[in-house]
Design a protein around this ligand. Sequence first.
Ligand SMILES: O=C(O)CCC(=O)C(=O)O
Length: 272
Amino acid sequence: MDLDTHVAELDEQGFTIVEGLIDDDTVDLLMADVRRLEDKLHRSPDNNRFEGNRTTRTYNLLAHGEIWQQVPVQPVVASLIQSQLGPEFLISSLASISLAPGETAQVIHADDQVQPLAKPHVPTVCNSMWALTDFTEANGATRLVPGSHRWDNPDYFDDDNPIESIPAEMSKGSVLVWTGSLWHGGGANTTDDEVRVGIAMNYCAGFIRQQENQQLGIPPEIVATFTPELRQMCGFGMYRGLTGNIEKKSPAHLLYGDEPETQLWDAEPIDT
Ligand SMILES: O=C(O)CCC(=O)C(=O)O
């Protein structure tokens, strides 16, 4: 499928799957780093209804290893995200999710439902899941409700009204992209011995607050090793040359000497 077809799917059904996007070597390296970090950071399930009791999540990955710097900027995923959020999108969060046998299905939710905005609204969130193992219905592939990105929010603790959903089955190395309004949730892992591992690479529009605080959460000496593009995506730039400024300069310019951005008052009129 070409990019336009993926964008059309995102618009129509609220999600798309890019099969076989990430090569095996990269998947293996990312997987090894997930394991390293789970061990080093003593990660264990967070034990709450939303994050589950057999699911281990490791957050803030850009702070924990250079290998993660390639993830937010993956060109195909970035183009799909840009089609929804515009060119100045930000990293909202970057975490690994290891969903172990015995995990039950996550509550169906929409990732933008914490924002008090009437729906439907302009896209504010667009997320992706990188499959580091095969994702199957049995091992807990993400459940999706096609077309629900045009609906209001689900009531996530309404246990009396089960919601019909489909599993986003995909092979290792594939990436699922969905819009923030799409109803979805992690599946139940009914296998005896398969851990489903994914990378949740989440983005938001440049005018929305990021879920993980990238500016304080990533040590400055690590941010100094990023490309200016990645720093911008972490929120060290300005949105439309205005939002996020410090005395009319961007944090990236003041802290890291990145090129000054054109300020709103000097820029061409914006085509909205
Ligand atoms: O693990 C998954 O498949 C989905 C996770 C998710 O949607 C979330 O935690 O917000």
